[in-house]
Ligand binder design. Sequence first.
Ligand SMILES: Nc1ncnc2c1ncn2[C@@H]1O[C@H](COP(=O)(O)OP(=O)(O)OP(=O)(O)O)[C@@H](O)[C@H]1O
Ligand SMILES: [Mg+2]
Length: 212
Amino acid sequence: MNTQPRGLFLTLEGVDGAGKSTHVQWLVDQLTERGVQVVCTREPGGTELGEKLRALLLHQPMSLECETLLMFAARAEHLEVVIEPALRAGQWVVCDRFTDATFAYQGGGRQLGVERIAALEHWVHPDLQPDCTWLFDVPLDIARERLDRTREQDRFEQEADAFFERTRAVYLARAQQHGARIQRIDATQTIEQIRQHLSRQLDQLVTIRGLG
Ligand SMILES: Nc1ncnc2c1ncn2[C@@H]1O[C@H](COP(=O)(O)OP(=O)(O)OP(=O)(O)O)[C@@H](O)[C@H]1O
Ligand SMILES: [Mg+2]
């Protein structure tokens, strides 16, 4: 029998350019320093097949239905191959985006609405939610400015301002609805300020889990 306590599932969310990826490896390093075994992953992607689906999702034009179903296809694979085994083994999982992103982008940005996404969520992970989600929140002008400094833009980053605003609005609404799980972070702060805040939260999570 597996008596190992389950690991915690931590996710980072927010629109493109909000600053998620900037903190992912740092979070892993911080947890490792605190004695936690961590798996770092991302969506879409995280497995060999999932990364192939990611490349399609980010660059191949497709219908909204196809896009949404492919997101969950990749997610099902990711859960089975990476996330669930790690959590069962007591490892913590830090994931750059998860299902909140599908509600925000496909549900809000692309205006699919919540119902079909909720049905897919119920199919693919009826009993699993992240233990803690950090929502990196920035206004449009700052996100755009940050993205301009990076690389060639993908299918989502190329979208119009209204798409961004709808996506952000769904994220913020979900943070209100799921206040115990989703924490909004004012991502207009400096990287250092954000890390101080995250560091305190990691201390709390580790203490609650009896590791500190
Ligand atoms: N708090 C911050 N202040 C200033 N610049 C930042 C801050 N956070 C991130 N950046 C910069 O903004 C850019 C985008 O950040 P990052 O790649 O982490 O965003 P992201 O949320 O992962 O975006 P995407 O969804 O497109 O992957 C990077 O150049 C990063 O260095
Ligand atoms: Mg990123």
